[in-house]
Design a protein around this ligand. Structure first.
Ligand code: ZN
Length: 372
């Protein structure tokens, strides 16, 4: 069911002058574009971006501001969300989609909700910041959404995924096929930054499977609950499409530097998609491709991390073959390089049996399949 979001935003802003003023100010905000890493990055000077946190969790209903309206959205398994107009906008019609209960930000189990949202919010891209990857409210689960066409990486993804969906081959130096599950494909985008993946799928189920398979190949930072990344999903040409930008750090070194080396840039999903928000007016004219390179290098995967991830995604599990063995106990160990040590205790009574041996062989081969 498509949601009439334009009407919701219009009605909300007509009753909320303070926030309506911020949306009006967006129209006259300074922006400039910069060719960078194979895409055309947008820089936006946005001093109004500093969020207003009055008291408590800003995404809990009891702390909504006086004029805040909500539009209900139902996720899977009874999970309920409220769609809100973002009070610190980067885009026109910038939405926050927040769980109706105070529960930590996580993508486990909730990616299908994100896909359902993308299907319902026609003309929008739904995006997600994992904890430690640009969200200011990691304590309360939420997504965001903006109209299609603003995020440079989304425009690039759409151009490439359209080409692939048409059965044509884009430039292999730009995008490379990595893996597939039923009805879903995973590609590595090789420009802009390291650790960028693009996905397309004909069903939400397959898209979720491919997405979680990618996350499964990532390492967690100690004591964190999910990998660091930003994700974007939308629907186009009857497919679900997504971009995932993997992260190493939450903030770049320049954020903590002093003097001229300081830039108050803390990349969230928009920045990782090439729409760089510059909250400090004095920083805006000082941003050069070199500054951007340093910022993105600090927060994205290292080359070694990317290579290791690609290896994990494409490696094929070695097939293990052993001679026929039997015994009451068969022990084996698979070494990390795929070789296997095994031993069996001699069977106390090994007479010839015309029946097939016990299922120990089958179990061994089964156990040799990749561990998730
Ligand atoms: Zn909350």
């Amino acid at each position: 069911m498509a949601i009439d979001i334009d009407k919701f935003v219009h009605d909300q802003l007509s009753l909320w002058p303070a926030v309506a003023a911020k949306y009006r100010a967006l129209k006259s905000t300074s922006t400039r574009t910069m060719p960078f890493g194979g895409i055309l990055v947008t820089l936006q000077s946005n001093p109004g971006r500093v969020p207003i946190f009055d008291h408590g969790c800003p995404l809990c209903e009891e702390n909504y501001m006086e004029h805040q309206h909500t539009l209900p959205f139902e996720g899977r398994k009874g999970r309920k969300y409220n769609i809100l107009v973002n009070r610190a906008p980067i885009f026109p019609n910038h939405l926050v989609i927040t769980r109706d209960v105070h529960t930590p930000q996580t993508i486990w189990h909730r990616f299908p909700d994100m896909l359902d949202l993308a299907a319902d919010l026609e003309g929008y891209v739904v995006f997600y910041n994992s904890p430690n990857s640009g969200t200011t409210v990691p304590q309360h689960a939420h997504f965001q959404a903006c109209p299609k066409g603003y995020l440079p990486l989304e425009r690039t993804a759409e151009r490439l995924l359209r080409t692939l969906a048409a059965g044509e081959s884009p430039d292999p130096s730009e995008i490379e096929y990595i893996d597939a599950v039923r009805d879903a494909r995973l590609y590595h985008y090789k420009r802009f930054n390291r650790g960028i993946f693009m996905l397309r799928a004909s069903t939400a189920k397959s898209m979720a499977k491919m997405f979680y398979r990618l996350l499964d190949c990532l390492n967690l930072v100690a004591e964190e609950t999910e990998p660091r990344f930003n994700a974007f999903t939308y629907c186009s040409e009857g497919e679900y499409r997504a971009v995932v930008a993997l992260r190493r750090e939450s903030k770049p070194r320049c954020y903590f530097a002093e003097g001229d080396a300081h830039f108050a840039i803390s990349p969230g999903a928009a920045d990782m998609a090439g729409f760089v928000v510059v909250p400090e007016v004095k920083d805006f004219p000082r941003i050069t491709p070199e500054v951007l390179r340093s910022i993105f290098d600090d927060v994205t995967l290292t080359q070694a991390q990317e290579e290791h991830l690609l290896w994990r995604l494409v490696r094929t599990q070695p097939r293990v073959e052993v001679g026929i063995c039997r015994g009451p106990v068969i022990r084996f160990e698979i070494i990390s390089d795929g070789t296997m040590n095994w031993s069996s205790k001699p069977s106390p009574s090994p007479p010839f049996s015309p029946n097939p041996p016990s299922s120990s062989m089958a179990r061994k081969v089964k156990n040799a399949s990749p561990a998730r």
